[in-house]
Structures are given as structure tokens and as C-alpha cells.
Design a protein around this ligand. Sequence first.
Ligand code: A3P
Length: 291
Amino acid sequence: MDLPRPELFDFHGVSMTHYFTDNWENVQNFKARPDDIVIATYPKAGTTWVSYILDLLYFRQTLPERETTVPIYDRVPFLEFFMPSFSGTDMADMLTTSPRIIKTHLPVQFIPKSFWEQNCKIVYCARNAKDNVVSYFHFDRMDSGQPEPGDWSSFLQRFKDGRMVFGSWYDHVCGWWDKKQMYSKIHYMFFEDLVEDTGREIKCLSSFLGLSTSEEEKEKIRRDVQFDVMKANRVTNLTNETSLDFSVSQFLRKGKVGDWKNHFTVAQNEQFDQHYKQKMKNTTLHFRTEV
Ligand code: A3P
């Protein structure tokens, strides 16, 4: 039976849907372990890409069979996601591999406190606002678990207003950026850098995580996480995900920097730039919209 699309509502000042708030107590009381690795992102900023890189860095050599059998969303539980039959917190608790790699889209103020208490390593991946909103629009068109996207121009307006699932992109990327200045175990990385030089970013990740991955293995990972390779790979292309309608769009859709140019009108771009300047005036965080 198809479920109706969820409605957005205000949750402690952040727009959310019930899928990410129904298990709130368990999420907030989640017991992190010191070696947990968190991958945090605003939706559509490259979460799956980074999750897969981290999983390969940790497990390919010891558990090669899982690379062809276990979908990435089962290897990297989505902490706050909840359905009555299934919860991210239970999945994380039931993982048999160590360290646990745990994905979240929560804005920084919602992160369960045990991750800070346990001094866990966190990888935050951010993507420029223009490509992020385009990717989010196409995803919401294909994902019946998301609110109705409406047309492109109303979606863009909602994005500017912060009325998206997981709230304002501006608050998310800036909130995590501010936290990084105080908490040294955040590796803040950018989707655009990953596109520009995936090998370099894999090296940075490996060194942040304190791994001694061989050059040969890093090169192998670089090849296996290329867009076309991940798109052809059943464990990363999400084709088994029943809420996604692949006749509407693709999960691995374009994987580019600058696709926003195919969506924004000249007027939308001018208005967006003006609004962006205002919203980002107090931060040192800088994004590239082309590489
Ligand atoms: P597009 O919709 O612009 O193509 P998330 O995993 O956070 O939902 O992010 C999805 C976005 O990351 C999609 O962007 C997807 O194509 C892109 N992506 C995923 N894997 C990628 C890869 N290997 N190379 C480039 N982009 C990738």
C-alpha cells in the first residue's frame, strides 16, 4: 500500500517530517561508542558517496564479500530515520562490524550528546547551495517518503525560506562550520572538492581517520567510487529502495558541480545571489559553484 507523502512541521525551530522525529527519545539518548564514525550532511550533499568511501576504507580488505551483497544503507545506518518496522538507532545497535559508521542529516544542535561526550570523529560534507537545492528537488520528486515538492520555483523559494526537511541549508552548513572551530574532531569537506580530485579527498579522509591505507588500495577506492561505477553498482545505486520511483528521476542523477545552471533562470539566479549574500554575511565559510 502506498503511504501518503508526509507533511512538514516545525520541530524545535527546524522543519521536519515525522520519519525523523518519531523516535526522538531514542535518538537523543543514543549511546555512542568512542570509535563510532559519524557522517553528517544536509540532504543531497554527497552522503552516499562519502559513506561508501568510508565503508571501503574500513572494511573492503577484511570483509570483501559485503561489497557485493550488503546495500550501503544497511552498512551505514541512518540514525534518526524511523518506521514502525525499522529504526536507525536499532540498526546501529545491531551492527556487527566495528567501527560503526553512522549517517545523520541532523543540524548540529540536534546531535545526541553522547557523540560529543565520547569524542567521536565526525565527517561533515557540504555542497554549494545551488547544486544542493537542484539535487534535493529531483530527489523529492522521486521519493514518496518526502513532502510534495511542487514546481521548481516554489521549491526554490521554500529552500531559501528554510522550509525543507532538516531545515535551512544556511543554518545547517554554518552551524556545523561554527562547531568545527570548537571541536577538533570534525573533518569538514566539500562535494566540489570530491568532484575536483577524489583521490586527494580520499587521502585526506584516510589521514583524518588515522588509517594506514596503502596507496594501491586508495587508488582502487578512487576508481570504485566514480559516479558511473557507483551508478552501475547495486549496493550503491539504491535501486532496491522501494520509496524511490526511478521512472521520475535517478538517485545517482548527474553527480556534477554546476548543474544548477540548467535549472535557475537569470532572474532566479540574481535573486538567489542577493539572498545568499545576506544569509552568509557573517560566516567565513566559502563555497564554489563551479570547479
Ligand atoms: P545529483 O542529484 O546532483 O546528481 P546524497 O547521497 O546526500 O543523497 O547525495 C546525492 C547526490 O550525490 C546526487 O547528486 C548524486 O548523484 C551525487 N553522488 C553520489 N555519488 C556520487 C559520485 N560517485 N560522484 C558524483 N556524485 C555523486
